[in-house]
Write a protein that binds this ligand. Structure first.
Ligand SMILES: [Zn+2]
Length: 458
């Protein structure tokens, strides 16, 4: 359950009757309505003990590994009269918004649901397919993370950010950095460099650093961490970034807005698992606002043979980081959905993936490359738009869940198609590769930093 109001809420004069019952869900309401003058719009708290944390360095002194989480003064589900992600600005951490095509799209499936024998299947389509209303500029739900993050950082006086990525996150932040003119440094392994492109010309504010001859996302994370202190850059924060998670959670909010209820099941493929955490948090927020029913049950898919979250959950053991790295990288090279490769997911931390699975009585899945290909073909044949391999993994997991009777075919289901590749973007736009700014060693951090010292020298 969501943390209930503490003394902090005493500042509010909001009546507790939820918008879902008192007004139509989705009616616009001025953000200032019924708010006392002293209430902060949003605060960041520790997911484990509830302590109030600093917005940009949210580590709890009592429980340093626990994730931070937002709490909004506006507990009612209030939406703005606009069609993009900032429709949900009330539950995004930056007060500022910007004009953008990016936003969640949810539709009721007819053909795919019919083929699968499901009565109540909805799809959150977080890619690019304007024919079904999806206009995410870089083709994945990472677009939901980037704009809210940069706006939130700017609001707190930060104007330079660094982040590591396996590819699609870098793309989303390159686009957001260009549209907002925000100095954005991206660190990616060489295997991911060719996937960093965008549908508008990149600006000089975006700096792409490539780790030579590397496919290791963890090495990119390590170097980005070293760069933050050395060059005074702000770390984007990964799973600890509340703006990212609240941005991702808008897919669940859109389902609730359109259908005025919660899904019984939420199905997504995961690498870090933060999408699953975000869905759990959105579900808690919606329930606290007055939506009935249990929290959506999480169904999280990973790609065989690299399934650390699935292995940890099914064996009831913690994830052991950095044991046999070579073996891990070998297995990562064998999966068809590389964006699902995260060797250090926030699993055993307060408010992390395990807590999300426990709170929702969730399940995890291991799906094969062959299952993914079959699911991708099925989706495109039924719904008329291609989906990426990670989205195929989610659909394959849905099939497994039904086969195991974890999901009843009549239940309300939300399948999250988190990305659909670049085919439709290529059809509609010239895709501009983000030029490489520096190439540095993946294995010798000292050498990499010597090279970067020259680049960052004033
Ligand atoms: Zn704490």
């Amino acid at each position: 359950m969501a943390r209930r109001a503490g003394a902090w809420w005493a500042f509010l004069s909001v009546d507790a009757e939820p918008v879902a019952k008192r007004r139509g869900v989705g009616d616009a309401l001025p953000m200032s309505e019924n708010r006392g003058p002293k209430a902060p719009r949003v605060r960041v708290v520790c997911a484990t003990c509830g302590a109030v944390l600093r917005p940009l360095d949210p580590r709890c002194p009592n429980c340093p590994s626990a994730l931070p989480r937002t709490e909004y003064a506006e507990r009612r589900f209030v939406t703005q009269d606009r069609g993009d992600i900032f429709r949900f600005a009330g539950w995004l951490p930056s007060a500022a918004t910007t004009a953008t095509p990016i936003g969640p799209t949810v539709f009721r499936s007819e053909r795919l649901a019919g083929v699968l024998g499901m009565a109540d299947l909805s799809v959150a389509f977080s890619g690019y397919a304007p024919e079904i209303g999806a206009r995410n500029a870089t083709g994945t739900f990472k677009d939901f993370e980037a704009l809210p993050t940069l706006l939130y950082l700017r609001e707190h006086g930060c104007d330079r950010v660094v982040l590591a990525s396996a590819g699609n996150t870098a793309r989303a932040f390159a686009y957001a950095g260009t549209t907002l003119g925000f100095t954005t440094t991206l660190v990616v392994p060489e295997t991911a460099a060719s996937s960093v492109w965008m549908p508008i010309p990149p600006s000089d504010s975006v700096r792409l650093i490539v780790l030579v001859d590397s496919g290791d996302y963890a090495a990119a994370i390590r170097l980005a961490g070293l760069m933050t202190e050395r060059y005074g850059l702000h770390s984007e924060g990964g799973a600890r970034n509340v703006a990212r998670r609240d941005g991702m959670g808008t897919a669940v909010l859109e389902y609730a807005r359109v259908q005025q209820r919660l899904p019984r099941h939420y199905v997504q493929a995961v690498g870090s698992g933060t999408g699953g955490i975000a869905a759990w948090e959105a579900g808690m927020r919606l329930r606290a606002s007055g939506f009935d029913g249990p929290l959506p049950q999480l169904h999280l898919a990973q790609n065989v043979p690299f399934t650390p979250i699935h292995d940890a959950w099914t064996s009831r053991r913690p994830i052991e980081p950095d044991r046999n790295v070579a073996g891990q990288l070998e297995r990562i090279a064998a999966i068809s959905a590389p964006v699902l490769a995260n060797r250090t997911p926030p699993y055993d931390v307060g408010g992390g993936v395990r807590d999300a699975l426990e709170a929702t009585a969730g399940h995890t899945y291991a799906v094969t490359n062959a299952e993914i290909r079959g699911a991708q073909r099925l989706f495109e044949a039924c719904e008329g738009v291609p989906i990426g391999p990670e989205s195929g993994a989610a659909l394959a997991a849905l099939g497994q869940g039904v086969a195991r009777s974890w999901i009843r075919p009549a239940d309300p289901i939300l399948l999250h198609v988190t990305g659909n590749g670049d085919a439709l973007l290529k059809r509609d736009f010239v895709l501009h590769p983000v030029p490489v700014w520096r190439r540095v060693s993946a294995t010798d951090d000292s050498a990499a930093l010597r090279d970067l010292d020259r680049a960052f020298a004033p």
